[in-house]
Design a binder for this molecule. Structure first.
Ligand code: BDR
Ligand code: CA
Length: 316
C-alpha cells in the first residue's frame, strides 16, 4: 500500500522481463502510488504486452491495478519487436498462469489524458519503459496535459554505448523515433536512463541466486527471467550478465543518488539512413542547444541490486 504523500506515477511499458522487474519494484515500494499501467507494442506485440502486464500484477498480488492497452504500432513506422532477446512471449523464462484480471476498459491514451487532467497539475510522473508511442499520442491529442506532467523518467537511448538494436540506436527510441522526438521536444522535465547506465547494472550469478534465495514467488520469477534474459547479452557482449534496463527508472525514483548524469541537450535522429532513432546527446556541450534532459551516465550497481533485492523480498 502506498504511504501518505506517495509519488503518483503511471508506468508505460512493453513487458519484457526487465519491464517486469521494474513493475515489481514499483509495486513493492510504498513511496510510489502506481495509478495505472499502460501497455504499448514494443518487445512483443500489444496483445502480449497487455497480457504480460496483467500476469506481473497478479504475481505481485495486485489484481486491482488498472492495466490499459494502448497503441499497437509506432506513429509512422512498422513495428519492430525483440523476441530474439525476450523470447516468443516476451516473458520467457518461467511459465506463469494466464491472467484472470480483465484489461481496464479505457484505451491507454485516454487513461493518460484523463488522469493528467483530473489529478493536480505537476503531481503525476510518467515512467516510460518502452517505445514512446502512447505518451506522444496523448501529448499530440491533448496538448493541455503536457504542462501538467511533473516529470518523465524514461529508459531509452545511449551515448557512449551507442546502439543495441542497430549500431547507432537503442531499441525503445529506434522503434518509434517520431514519438521520441515529440517527448524530447515537449518541454516536460526529462530524466533519461540510457544504455550508458543500464549496462553498468549487470546481473551476476550471485545476484540471480540471491533473488532465488529470497524464497518467495516474486524472487523465483525474477531469478528465472534474468536467467533467461542474460543469455542473449552474455553471448553478444561477452560480459558477466545482462543489464536490468527498465528497473533503473523505478530505482531512480526511490534512490536518485544511485545515479549521476548531466543536464544536456538530447535530440532524436528521425531521418538518418543509418542512424534512425539515435539519441544525439550533447554530453560535451558543443552544440550550444538548450538542455532538455538529465541524461544519466553512472550507476551504483551494488546499491541498485541491494535496493532491488530488498524490495522484491517484500512481495508475495
Ligand atoms: C530496452 O529495450 C527493451 O528490450 C527493454 O525492455 C528495454 O526497455 C533496452 O534497450
Ligand atoms: Ca522495456
Amino acid at each position: 500500500m502506498p504511504m501518505p504523500h506517495a509519488r503518483k506515477i503511471i508506468i508505460d511499458t512493453d513487458p519484457g522481463q526487465d519491464d517486469a522487474v521494474a513493475i515489481l519494484l514499483a509495486l513493492a515500494s510504498p513511496e510510489l502510488d502506481v495509478l495505472g499501467i499502460t501497455a504499448v507494442a514494443g518487445n512483443v506485440p500489444l496483445d502480449l504486452t497487455a497480457r504480460n502486464a496483467r500476469v506481473i500484477c497478479e504475481l505481485a498480488g495486485r489484481d486491482d491495478m488498472p492495466v490499459h492497452a494502448g497503441c499497437d504500432r509506432p506513429l509512422r513506422r512498422r513495428l519492430v519487436t525483440a523476441e530474439h532477446v525476450h523470447g516468443k512471449t516476451g516473458l520467457d523464462g518461467i511459465t506463469l498462469p494466464d491472467p484472470r484480471m480483465p484489461l481496464a476498459k479505457a484505451h491507454a491514451v485516454d487513461f493518460l489524458i484523463d488522469t493528467l487532467r483530473s489529478q493536480a497539475p505537476g503531481s503525476v510522473t510518467l515512467c516510460p519503459l518502452g517505445p514512446l508511442t502512447n505518451i506522444a499520442t496523448a501529448f499530440a491529442r491533448a496538448p493541455d496535459i503536457v504542462g501538467r506532467v511533473a516529470e518523465i523518467v524514461l529508459m531509452g537511448g545511449a551515448y557512449f554505448e551507442v546502439g543495441n538494436i542497430t549500431p547507432a540506436a537503442e531499441f525503445n527510441i529506434y522503434v518509434d523515433p517520431e514519438a521520441a522526438e515529440i517527448v524530447f521536444k515537449s518541454g516536460v522535465p526529462l530524466v533519461v536512463m540510457p544504455l550508458d547506465v543500464t549496462h553498468k547494472v549487470l546481473t551476476t550469478r550471485q545476484r540471480i541466486e540471491t533473488f532465488r534465495d529470497l524464497g518467495n514467488r516474486a524472487g523465483h520469477a525474477v531469478a528465472s527471467w534474468t536467467d533467461f534474459f542474460e543469455r542473449y547479452d552474455i553471448a553478444k557482449y561477452g560480459g558477466q550478465g545482462a543489464p536490468l534496463h527498465d528497473p533503473c527508472v523505478i530505482a531512480y525514483l526511490l534512490a536518485p543518488d544511485l545515479f549521476s548524469g548531466r543536464h544536456i541537450n538530447v535530440e532524436i535522429e528521425t531521418k538518418g539512413d543509418f542512424t534512425q532513432g539515435m539519441t544525439v546527446a550533447d554530453w560535451w556541450g558543443v552544440s550550444g542547444r538548450a538542455a532538455n534532459a538529465l541524461f544519466m551516465g553512472e550507476a551504483d550497481a551494488a546499491g541498485f541490486y541491494a535496493l532491488l533485492t530488498r524490495r522484491i523480498g517484500d512481495l508475495p
